[in-house]
Every structure is written in structure tokens, then in C-alpha cells.
Design a protein around this ligand. Structure first.
Ligand SMILES: *Cc1c(COP(=O)(O)O)cnc(C)c1O
Length: 402
């Protein structure tokens, strides 16, 4: 029977002739010109565009400071350093994220502790976080999964009760708001990523937004070898050529080339996010009657930046597993994806002793999720191709249509 089904669904013409990726950047002539300008100038790295990009991002998200990094993962590493994470400190995060949210804890020799997710929003569940706090807990890393803010009030309430630092992984959430506040203005440190699939890009890039001057100063030193040229911080000052290395830092600097691209992209962020919202709302409207799938959560006071659109298949209402549905959608030429494999399922984490069964809600979610294509350059035809293909495949595998 499986073979006949395969023939019937894939034997016909796919909904699309041309492959549609799940995400991609949008660069125009002004972005290209801004990069060329840097290439013709005096500074390729750590010149005037870095500080301009930092102050524009800080201004946009409503933080006092922002520190640019070579990528979002390096920025998270910097934040863990600035938060003082070291040998054996426990940091609580979610398993439904990219591995970097937990790897940054390991970089500092801390221990990632995985809290389960809320089955409605798919974000970290504050009740689960609270249950995992020990005297060794130092920080919480919530992730604004898909651009939908985590339950930040509850997380900050728990953090202040236990004296923990909150490092928000907002790689998906540039432009999102929580109860009227921009993401980036709320947590002790907030990370944004500028990888090409994210809401704006610098090729590779990341930034930490913070209101805390002590974190700010640590981040600045950490991203550039732990070196200072600030006379007030030196043991001696024999001349202007002199500098001191004060801690074991890294070379995690962003280039001016990247920063110039970021400045140009930032001008278009609101427009891009409007387009993302438009696409998400079309999906919401056109897919809401398919009872075999669950659409993303919405809630009053939360404004998503719609980085990803994740549908959840109700396993009990379809004849096949999620993987087979993905294969069928891919045969329709849709670049569907899975965000995310629970972090501790990865062989590296299994090798560290993390076992399956740790976070049941996350594990159940993982078996049922599919990320649909979503990026601002999609045309209406692209959007309706996705809708058509999802309807075609889900209806084909549905157990009953009444
Ligand atoms: C993209 C991403 C990161 C890492 O950012 P890079 O810039 O790719 O290093 C971290 N966390 C999440 C949730 C991400 O999506």
C-alpha cells in the first residue's frame, strides 16, 4: 500500500517546478553599494561602521549598549563569559533550539541543563526551569523560538528570586516585541544573529544588546583577545604604542564590511518583518481548517518577528509519520525543514551523558514539527504554492476528512 500511495502522490505533477527554499536573504543594490564603499575605504575591520552599526542596533532595540561579534555563536560565548559562567556552573536552556544556545555554556566549561518546553508556545517552560534550579545555577538562556518571545516576565521573576543572569537567545527575534517592549531591551544580555537565513544579514554576524556597563566592558575585551588600550585599566603606560592583555579573549570581531551591510539591512528590517507577518497571516488563514495540523501560537501582548513558521502534525490523525510527510512535501519542491532536533539528541550530547526522555514535551514536539518556507522575497504565487502543497499532502495522508 505504501508503494501505491507513493506513486499516486508523486506520480503526478509536483505543485512547483522550481525548488523553494525555507529561508533566504534579500540583498538589493543599496546593500551592495554600502559594502563597496567600505572596500574602497581605510578600514576593513573595527572601523567607523562597527560603532555605527552597534549604536543603530542599540537604538532600535532600546538598549544602552550593543557589541557586535563575528557571529551569533561567538556573541553567545561572550555573553556566557561576561555572565561569569565557569567550571561546573549550571545554565538552564531549552532543547528546542540550535545547538549553539547550549554549546556556549560548554565553551565556558559550564553545564547545560535542559528545561522542558511549554506545549502551546514551544518556548521554555518557566515551571520546568524553576524545578531545575540548584545552588550551582548561574544563568538562564531562554530562546525566542521562531521569533515568538519566551515568557520573559516569569523567567525574569525566577531569575531575580534566585539571583540568576538572563541571556536571551533572540537569534530569531529582531523586531519582536513583548508586552510593548522591544526584544533586546528586557534581559541582562540579548543575542541577535545576522546569518543569511535570519531576519537581516551581515553574511555572518551577531550582536549582544545590554543595559549593563560592566557586561558591556567585558564583552568588548572578550571579543578582541582580552586586550585593553584604555589607560585607566592598565598597570602602566609607557607610551601610546602600549596595550595590555588582561584576560584570555578571542578574535571574535565583526569586520567593517559586515557592519556596513548590517547598517544597510537594518533600514529595511521593519519592511521585511511586515512581509513576514503578511505571509504568516496568509498561512494562518488558509491552513486553519486543516484539522490534522496545529498552527503556531499567538497571544495578546506578543508580537512575533516571524522568523520561522512551524506547523505541528497531529500524529493520530495522519496515516504516516512526520518524516514521510516531509519527504512528500520535498517532492513537491518545497524546502521544508525541522526546527529543531532536541539539542541533547545529538551524538555529542549523548556522549556527555544526556539521555532521551529528559524533556517529554520537547521530544513529542520534535516528532511532529515541520517548518514551512518563509522569507520576505516570497511572491504570492510562492506562498500559495506552499499552501496548495501542504493541503495536497496532508489531505492525502489524512485518516479522515470529517
Ligand atoms: C542562528 C542561531 C544561533 C547562532 O547564530 P550564528 O550567527 O549562526 O552563529 C543561535 N541560536 C539560535 C536559536 C539560532 O537560530
Amino acid at each position: 500500500m505504501a508503494n501505491e500511495e507513493k506513486l499516486a502522490i508523486n506520480g503526478g505533477k509536483p505543485v512547483r517546478d522550481k525548488f523553494l527554499p525555507y529561508g533566504r536573504q534579500w540583498l538589493d543594490e543599496s546593500d551592495i553599494q554600502s559594502v563597496i564603499e567600505v572596500l574602497k575605504g581605510d578600514y576593513l575591520t573595527t572601523g567607523p561602521f562597527i560603532s555605527e552599526f552597534e549604536s543603530k542596533v542599540a537604538n532600535y532595540v532600546g538598549s544602552k549598549y550593543a557589541v557586535a561579534f563575528s557571529n551569533g555563536t561567538a556573541a553567545l560565548h561572550g555573553a556566557c563569559y561576561a555572565a561569569g559562567i565557569s567550571n561546573g556552573d549550571e545554565v538552564i536552556t531549552t532543547p528546542i533550539t540550535f545547538a549553539a544556545s547550549a554549546n556556549c555554556i560548554l565553551f565556558q566549561r559550564g553545564k547545560p541543563v535542559f528545561a522542558d518546553i511549554d506545549p502551546v508556545t514551544y518556548n521554555i517552560d518557566p515551571a520546568s526551569v524553576e524545578g531545575l534550579i540548584t545552588p550551582k545555577t548561574k544563568a538562564i538562556i531562554p530562546v525566542d523560538f521562531t521569533g515568538f518571545p519566551a515568557d520573559l516576565d516569569s523567567i525574569h521573576f525566577i531569575a531575580s528570586k534566585h539571583n540568576l543572569i538572563v541571556i536571551e537567545d533572540a537569534a530569531h527575534a529582531l523586531g519582536a516585541t513583548y508586552k510593548g517592549k522591544k526584544i533586546g531591551s528586557i534581559s541582562d544580555m540579548t543575542m541577535f544573529s545576522f546569518h543569511p537565513v535570519k531576519n537581516i544579514t551581515t553574511g555572518e554576524g551577531g550582536i549582544i544588546a545590554t543595559n549593563n556597563i560592566s557586561f558591556y566592558e567585558k564583552l568588548i575585551q572578550f571579543r578582541s583577545h582580552g586586550i585593553t588600550r584604555d589607560i585607566k585599566k592598565m598597570k602602566q603606560h609607557p607610551g601610546n604604542w602600549y596595550y595590555e592583555m588582561k584576560l584570555l579573549g578571542y578574535n571574535y570581531r565583526m569586520t567593517d564590511i559586515q557592519a556596513a551591510l548590517g547598517i544597510s539591512q537594518l533600514k529595511k528590517l521593519e519592511y521585511y518583518n511586515e512581509k513576514r507577518k503578511y505571509i504568516a497571516e496568509l498561512y494562518n488563514q488558509e491552513l486553519k481548517n486543516i484539522k490534522q495540523i496545529k498552527l503556531p501560537a499567538m497571544a495578546a501582548g506578543y508580537l512575533s518577528s516571524w522568523h520561522l513558521y512551524v506547523i505541528r502534525v497531529n500524529s493520530s490523525q495522519v496515516k504516516v509519520g512526520r518524516n514521510q510527510i516531509i519527504n512528500a512535501l520535498q517532492k513537491e519542491n518545497l524546502g521544508v525543514n525541522v526546527h529543531y532536533i532536541p539539542v541533547y539528541y545529538h551524538p555529542y550530547f549523548q556522549g556527555l551523558g544526556y539521555e532521551k526522555g529528559l524533556c517529554p514535551n520537547a521530544e513529542e514536539l520534535y516528532e511532529e514539527i515541520i517548518t514551512l518556507p518563509l522569507y520576505p522575497l516570497m511572491s504570492d504565487d510562492d506562498i500559495f504554492d506552499v499552501i496548495k502543497a501542504v493541503k495536497k499532502v496532508i489531505e492525502y495522508y489524512a485518516i479522515s476528512n470529517d
